[in-house]
Design a protein. Structure first.
Ligand code: NAP
Ligand code: MG
Length: 482
């Protein structure tokens, strides 16, 4: 079965005002399958004219006039249709991103879960009454921003669309979505499904294209009232500058260097799968990847041996073979990862996974690599590599572990592995990070859990009810009635 069998929409079009339209410039871009380097499809090279049309459609749609109950029902229906199409969506994402089929399937299920959660939340967000002066009644209204822009990366298209576009739609905003040039099939599929579920025209518009063209046009567009961006720090800076020119709020999710801290009293068998999976899942191309493992000296030899054994057992191969790890997204990403590794001391390599012999030549395979005895200031322990590379850093005391954990420019996710309850509480407070997990990592991604960073990991919160506050504006009404 080829990917083309799953394309029930035309991937070379933009989706604007409920219609599939060719980009104004008439050009298309090649979409690559990272597992073998072949062309999957041609996609639209959208630009400023298409973004203009999308913003115009979004401004004039009827979505913002629907009741919260109506919005919730449509979002829930989208979730149901996503569940009905989980297998097709998983195959599209696996082909497009290179992630093993079961991980792509989990992403499709997560997309459905976002829509269910937000569908249920739509009519449960409300304002308050505020006690004020005698003779007044004061209340607040939560209103949509209007038109929201969403610029998403290639690593988890479905999950990020779910949390970003899903949250915005919940509060009555319309959305213009610019997926990544390297992976945009499920963004288009999502638009087709949303339309089938009854999302009115203009509520969601998708303009694929290059970041410097469609992305830049979207982030600087005067009719966009809120921007959500997930991606690199460098582009995040450009987005925030563009938003500043228009004085619009922006949510930035820019990745991290997330630590897991393992103390001597931890349950190592329970920790082991989390320690490794959080580094190699999606070939390490995860904003919340755990690329630093801080290990207390007394268990250092034991735990590094356990992790090394697990690394050696990992199998890397094409997405459709559904092994542990797939290829990196592109030749460029592979160069970036190899660049980091080429500067590291090979003597510190504890273990590497293997790429299966049947992996096609044209795929962008990189074997997960585990480094031990890494200094906290080493580039491997400081930079976001965005590949399946983990650095193990030894420590002696809790104070030292905390200093190392907080010693990067980032702060997205952290975890603490210890049975000592007081230590859990102390560190959960002291770690600079948007999320802290105790004796687990990631907790399944949880749509219910507010997510976002501090420092260079960005600002603003996705997921949970907190995201819905961000996707709405509070209006205060003070009535004087004597
Ligand atoms: P990126 O350039 O930041 O891409 C993210 C999104 O921004 C894509 O949709 C991209 O479009 C768009 N974009 C690029 N330039 C833009 C511009 N001038 N104005 C508006 N939008 C723009 O990330 P990348 O190049 O794909 O990956 C590079 C590095 O970013 C990775 O190595 C990793 O460190 C980090 N990253 C982080 C995350 C995360 O989840 N936090 C996700 C992906 C990447 P196009 O792709 O179509 O150009
Ligand atoms: Mg890119």
């Amino acid at each position: 079965m080829s990917v083309q069998d799953d394309l029930w929409f035309d991937p070379s079009k933009c989706f604007i005002a409920g219609k599939w339209v060719a980009p104004a410039g008439g050009e298309t871009l090649s979409l690559e399958n990272p597992s073998d380097g072949s062309e999957i499809a041609r996609i639209a090279r959208g630009g400023r004219t298409d973004v203009d049309a999308a913003a115009h459609a979004a401004m004039n749609g009827e979505w913002g006039r629907k009741t919260a109950l109506e919005r919730g029902r449509i979002l829930t229906r989208i979730g149901q249709l996503v569940l009905e199409r989980v297998d097709e969506l998983a195959r599209l994402e696996a082909a497009d991103v290179g992630k093993p089929l079961k991980q792509a399937r989990a992403d499709a299920v997560a997309l459905a879960r976002y829509m269910e959660f937000y569908g249920g939340a739509a009519d449960k967000i409300h304002g308050e009454t505020i006690p004020y002066l005698d003779g007044y009644t004061v209340y607040t209204l939560r209103e949509p921003h209007g038109v929201t822009g969403h610029i998403v990366p290639w690593n988890y298209p479905m999950q990020i669309i779910g949390r970003s576009v899903g949250g915005a739609l919940t509060m009555g905003n319309a959305a213009v979505l610019k997926p990544a040039e390297e992976a945009c099939l499920t963004a288009l599929a999502f638009a087709a499904i949303a339309q089938e579920a009854g999302l009115p025209e203009g509520a969601l518009n998708v303009v694929p294209g290059l970041g410097e063209e469609a992305g830049a046009a979207l982030s600087s567009h005067p009719d966009i009232n809120h921007i959500s961006f997930t991606g690199s720090v460098g582009v995040g800076v450009l987005i925030q500058k563009a938003a500043a020119e228009n004085i619009v709020p922006v949510t930035l999710e820019l990745g991290g260097k997330s630590p897991q801290i393992v103390f001597e009293d931890a349950d190592l068998d329970a920790a082991l799968p989390f320690l490794v999976n959080a580094g190699v899942q999606n070939a390490g191309q995860t904003c919340s990847a755990s690329s630093r493992i801080l290990v207390q000296r007394g268990i250092y030899d034991k735990l590094t041996a356990m992790m090394a054994e697990r690394y050696r057992a990992l199998k890397v191969g094409p997405a459709m073979a559904d092994l542990d790890v797939g290829p990196l997204i592109s030749a460029r990403q592979k160069e970036i990862v190899e660049g980091f590794v080429s500067h590291a001391d090979p003597a510190h390599i504890l273990a590497q996974a293997s790429v299966v012999d049947s992996a096609p030549e044209g795929g962008h395979y990189f074997p997960p690599t585990l480094y031990g005895g890494i200094d906290p200031d080493d580039p491997l322990a400081q930079n976001e590599i965005f590949g399946p590379v983990q650095a193990i850093i030894p420590f002696d005391t809790e104070a030292e572990a905390l200093k190392i954990a907080n010693g990067t420019a980032y702060g997205l996710v952290a975890s603490i592995w210890t049975r000592d309850g007081a230590r859990q509480m102390r560190l959960a407070k002291a770690i600079k990070s948007g999320q802290v997990f105790i004796n687990n990592y990631g907790a399944g991604g949880g749509v219910e859990l507010p997510f976002g960073g501090v420092g260079k990991s960005g600002h603003g919160r996705a997921k949970g009810f907190e995201a819905l506050y961000g996707f709405s504006v509070l209006k205060t009404v003070a009535a004087h009635h004597g």
